[in-house]
Design a protein around this ligand. Structure first.
Ligand code: T4K
Length: 375
């Protein structure tokens, strides 16, 4: 099999024009205003509101802290249970635990890899206070079903939309569902501000609370009103983000071509499934997951290992499941019998290299390698 001379990673960051970024850095030097909600911060918050079509955007230094603050802002009862998915990045259950709340894992569905509403319903107890869904790989959660269940049981709904930048259901931003939605602007994300994140929400009453919690609870020079944290995005991050925002549409167009090529080339390989994106939903083009069915001679791990030999660094997002992590594996909800679909998906999933400047030629070669390995 051919081998790439340089490693091909699962993703590479989108970078702004260096000269343009230099001009932004000059402005930061001239103003000597480096952080604490400066001009670039304010500009990015404003632009994102328009870009995403949401009434409220609060920026953060990263997605994990944003999600931590989202749960804190809802004042959920201490020790109450938050139902979430095990098929996600470590940050999701960790922010539940850091808030003094208890993660309860519910199974996912095979088509979208997101929380199965019926599994959520079964996980509800008198101690449940919230549902934390993850729009994993940009596949939206079953928002209407989850929110109907939440309404019936008086629960809050929060979404981890780390992979769902600019996703829309119909013509409505993904950020319009649930009480709050987190976005991640980490270097590996479609839209990045080096590191960064945001909360999107509709309720104006949340705005002041979120601003307070993001800045140590400081209200004014002589008043601290809440137990906040340092969640502030700095000016360099915001300046980087402002320039990268201009590139999102172009990057998505490049990824759409790679997506189409991968789909075309991989769809006919026996034992390999390319998940179907739900109709009526705009794809964020954040990751390109495939599923490899385990047989006596083939498995996801065989494909992963053989590609690695060819210098193609795919990733097994999200294996192992969060329910197997040391802090969570003794939870009753972590039992494998409770999470059969999540366990089987975690065994089969592989995320392929997926970023605009990967190019069609390299993507085609990767697809051919997979065909060769699996034939
Ligand atoms: N919720 C969900 C569902 C998430 O997926 C994440 C983060 C969060 C919450 C938390 O959001 P943040 O607090 O991070 O904003 C990466 C990212 O670090 C992480 O942000 C992301 N999810 C996760 C899915 O992927 P790793 O440990 O896989 O990253 P790493 O360093 O192995 O990078 C992956 C590849 O990207 C590398 O092989 C090469 C490339 N890369 C990476 C970096 C950092 C670059 O080319 N340049 C870079 O600067 O977690």
């Amino acid at each position: 099999m051919k081998k790439f001379s340089e490693p091909i990673y699962v993703t590479r960051p989108v970078l702004p024009d260096r000269a343009e970024f230099g001009k932004s850095i000059d402005k930061i030097f001239e103003s000597q205003w480096l952080t604490n909600m400066g001009a670039f911060h304010q500009a990015l918050e404003g632009e994102l509101k328009g870009f995403l079509g949401v009434p409220h955007v609060s920026l953060f230094n990263n997605g994990a802290i944003a999600l931590l603050v989202a749960l804190k802002a809802l004042s959920l009862p201490k020790n109450s249970e938050v139902i979430t998915t095990p098929f996600t990045f470590a940050a999701t259950p960790h922010v539940v635990a850091w808030n003094g709340l208890r993660p309860v894992f519910a199974d996912i569905d095979r088509e979208t890899f997101t929380l199965d509403p019926e599994a959520v319903r079964r996980a509800i107890t008198p101690n449940t206070s919230a549902i934390l869904g993850v729009h994993v790989f940009g596949f939206p959660c079953h928002v209407d079903a989850l929110e109907a269940i939440a309404k019936e049981h008086g629960l809050q709904v929060v979404y981890d939309g780390a992979h769902a930048f600019s996703t829309k259901i119909g013509d409505r931003s993904i950020g319009r569902w649930g009480a709050l939605t987190m976005l991640s602007f980490h270097a590996t994300k479609l839209f990045n501000s080096l590191e960064g994140g945001a909360l999107l929400y509709d309720d104006p009453a949340l705005e002041q609370r979120i601003k307070d919690l993001r800045n140590f609870g400081i209200r004014g020079e002589f008043e601290v009103s809440d137990i906040g944290i340092n969640g502030k995005m700095n000016e360099v991050q915001a300046a980087f983000g402002l320039l990268n925002l201009r590139q999102v549409a172009h990057e998505q167009a490049l990824r759409a071509e790679i997506h189409a090529l991968y789909r075309r080339e991989l769809a006919t390989i026996p034992g390999l499934t390319v998940p179907n994106f739900p109709s009526g939903v705009s794809n964020s083009y954040q990751y390109f997951p495939i599923l490899v069915k385990r047989t006596s001679r083939m498995s996801r791990d065989v494909v992963y290992d053989r590609l690695r030999e060819a210098n193609v660094w795919t990733r097994k997002y999200f294996y192992p499941l969060c329910s197997t992590y040391v802090p969570y594996r003794e939870l009753p909800s972590s039992a494998a019998e409770n999470l059969p679909v999540a366990n089987s998906i975690a065994d089969e999933v592989l995320c392929l290299p997926f970023y605009g400047h990967l190019g069609l030629e390299a993507a085609g070669e990767i697809a051919s390698m997979i065909r060769e390995v699996m034939s």
